[in-house]
Ligand binder design. Structure first.
Ligand SMILES: [Cu+2]
Length: 288
């Protein structure tokens, strides 16, 4: 192949790949890059900083790779042969110094943010947090509001600008609770209770999903996080309180059976410690 043909082919490949990425990502609402919550905001910043720092190494390395491959190609008789530079102070300083600085910066950021964004840390706010207990089932999500004596299936609702204190467990294979626009992603496991604190800064409907494959109905194991005004939340709580269906052990046993029906439902909660019962179901120490 002639040289010019190779260059044209390479350029077409680069432009083509760029075009595909542009086409796929242009106008796409990438949840983690377009957050609507306090925690998700900080997570996005962290991701961008880490990417920029990483790219400050990756990009020069790849550029040098191609420049060197081109400059020292077999056909270039003009390139100088310099085999003796193993004690070059400048080069040694660069290739030990740059990674050292970058790893130090990343280390400090990782240390700080892993404390700041700890899902177990409650958020500072003058408002009282809404407590929501989350149960991952096969293959849907049950939300229990112990303080309000209500429960809901496949839909979680809470007020804007108010911290939410999620307690998460599972009564099914291990799963993961995730509202990408609001941040986090915390595992749901049988016999244990994990925590996640989030706060939404804007009203809206945010998709929530399961981020850990758990069998047949996993792909549709979705829910909507509806972030509403305080008034709307109060109204919804009232609707739930007057709901015909009741949530207790008997009703729960039915809900907990494998099902792919993810139609949202509202319940009055008549068993306040239902969540603890679900967690304790797997804590029967005598059986081990
Ligand atoms: Cu666990």
């Amino acid at each position: 192949m002639r040289r010019i043909t190779k260059i044209i082919l390479a350029s077409v490949a680069v432009i083509g790949l760029g075009g595909i990425f542009y086409f796929l990502l242009h106008g796409a609402d990438i949840a983690v890059l377009n957050p609507k919550g306090q925690i998700a905001d900080k997570q996005r910043d962290l991701m961008i900083i880490a990417t920029i720092l990483g790219m400050s190494v990756v990009l020069p390395v790849f550029i040098m790779l191609f420049v060197f491959a081109w400059k020292y190609r077999e056909g270039n008789t003009k390139a100088r042969y310099m085999p003796d530079w193993q004690n070059n102070r400048i080069i040694e300083t660069v290739w030990w110094g740059v990674p050292f600085i970058i790893i130090t910066i990343l280390g400090v950021i990782a240390w700080q943010s892993s404390h700041e964004l700890d899902p177990y840390r409650s958020l500072d706010s003058s408002k009282k947090p809404v407590k929501i207990q989350v149960v991952a089932l096969q293959w849907r999500w049950l939300f229990i509001y112990p303080d309000d004596h209500i429960a809901s299936l496949s839909e979680v609702r809470f007020p804007v600008n108010t911290p939410v204190d999620f307690e998460i467990t599972a009564d099914a294979p291990m799963n993961s609770f995730w509202i990408p626009k609001l941040g986090g992603q915390v595992y749901a496991m049988t016999g244990m209770s994990t925590q996640l604190h989030l706060q939404a800064n804007e009203k809206g409907d945010y998709p929530g999903s399961s981020a850990n494959i758990s069998g047949e109905g996993f792909a549709d194991m979705k829910f909507t996080a509806k972030v509403v005004s305080d008034d709307d939340f109060a109204r919804w709580k009232n609707d739930a309180k007057t709901a015909k269906e009741e949530m207790n052990s008997t009703a729960y046993a039915k809900i907990a059976e494998p099902s792919k029906d993810t139609t949202p439902r509202l319940y009055t909660l008549s068993e306040i410690d239902l969540y603890d019962t679900i967690v304790m179901k797997y804590m029967d120490i005598g059986n081990h």
